[in-house]
Design a protein around this ligand. Structure first.
Ligand SMILES: [Zn+2]
Ligand SMILES: [Zn+2]
Ligand SMILES: [Zn+2]
Length: 382
């Protein structure tokens, strides 16, 4: 391994450092999440993906037919579709779908055993159904997080053979102060719903009334969990059509065939936007042990990718990284990262509660505290 996690006693906490030279383009690490869950509204839209790892469970053709609202559409180059439905399976008790026997067993052994909502229990008043409804009423699409990540995390502890070890794993994420946690919990739920924090806590406790997790179901413990999810949860998405398109791009086609397929792809996108709108992927949120140790820079030397069209995360070097150099990613989106120093730092403070002191922010320290033009309007809204 070309990196190590270093722990600092000050507020910086954990950091990832290179231990040897890492050339640009190198895959630094890959890892599966401790826990993943699909967004509630996303699941309702019938995006078919593995309940454990997000791998698509429909073919590229089925995917575009559904999103275009055209059940007869025929997608060319079917061999470019990556979806392998031969291995897909489902939970015998509740019908949750998985990409493989492996995912089904690992979900059951880690958290699904205590969360399996058997079909005979579905009556619109089961604690899981009640939380699902309450959460959907608080978070309309586009969804950015999910209370069910907390539920699965707690179920992991309940089912763990070594409870203390499982609790320590969760606590290793928490290194915010009480005040920062309160701000993050507020951000997680938003102004309108912050007073419902105790309702959510009771609903989660009704799903998992297990003594092993009582420390996380006190008002302070639950607020820590909300803060944990608020700062560490990573958005993930998958799309069988995107995977198909990438494979088509690699085909050796005549310029005439290339033009033809490009036109077909354009039409598919137009039709999908017209029928479904912007949200064309299966989407969810996940929690990663190593990735959560990586700090932010507005001029990062590494980036996160999802190369397998599922929740497995890859960290790739954007530049040459020297031994003893810290490995840094950007917590900001593609557009946000190009905003002014003032705007970037405001976003980071609001969403992650830290004042960015990265090399770019230090370099631009003389820049006036101006707000980028593109976010003037959003600031005025606030
Ligand atoms: Zn899977
Ligand atoms: Zn089940
Ligand atoms: Zn910065």
């Amino acid at each position: 391994m070309a990196f190590e996690v270093r722990i600092f006693p000050n507020s910086k906490g954990k950091s990832l450092y290179a231990t040897s030279h890492i050339p640009m383009g190198t895959l630094i690490l890959e890892e599966d999440p401790i826990v993943y869950c699909q967004f509630s509204w996303n699941a309702l839209c019938k995006y078919k993906a593995c309940d454990n790892c997000l791998r698509p469970l429909e073919t590229a053709e089925e995917n575009v037919r559904r999103l275009m609202g055209n059940p007869l559409f025929e997608l060319p180059y079917p061999d470019c579709c990556q979806t392998d439905k031969n291995n897909s399976t489902s939970c015998d008790l509740c019908g949750n779908e998985y990409c493989s026997e492996n995912c089904k067993i690992s979900a059951f052994n880690q958290y699904h055993k205590v969360l399996c909502l058997q079909s005979r229990e579905r009556n619109n008043s089961h604690p899981i159904e009640l939380l699902e409804e309450a959460w959907k009423n608080m978070h309309y699409p586009p969804e950015t997080s999910s209370i069910f990540l907390i539920v699965r995390l707690l179920a992991n502890i309940v089912q763990a053979s070594n409870t203390d070890e499982a609790i320590q794993k969760v606590l290793s994420f928490c290194h915010k102060s009480v005040n920062e946690e309160a701000q993050l919990a507020h951000k997680f739920l938003g102004d309108k719903f912050i007073h419902q924090i105790s309702l959510l806590r009771e609903m989660v406790a009704n799903i998992l009334p297990n003594p092993q997790i009582s420390q996380f179901l006190t008002p302070e413990g639950f607020q820590s969990l909300l803060a944990l999810i608020g700062t560490n949860a990573q958005g993930v998405g998958s799309s069988p059509f995107s995977a198909w398109r990438q494979n088509v791009e690699k085909l050796n086609l005549s310029s005439k065939d290339r033009e033809k397929i490009n036109n077909i792809v354009d039409t598919i996108y137009d039709d999908m936007y017209a029928h479904t709108g912007d949200f064309l992927n299966s989407e969810g949120v996940a929690l990663y042990l190593k990735q959560s140790c990586i700090n932010h820079s507005c001029d990062p030397n590494a980036e996160i990718k999802f190369l397998h069209n599922n929740s497995r995360l890859f960290l790739v070097a954007l530049k040459d990284i020297q031994p003893d150099e810290e490995i840094l990613i950007s917590y900001l989106g593609e557009c946000e990262i190009n905003r002014s120093r003032h705007s970037r730092r405001k976003l980071l403070m609001e969403n992650y509660i830290f004042a960015c002191e990265c090399s770019k922010c230090l370099e631009e320290i003389d820049q006036l505290d101006v707000t980028s033009e593109e976010d003037m309007s959003t600031e005025e809204d606030n």
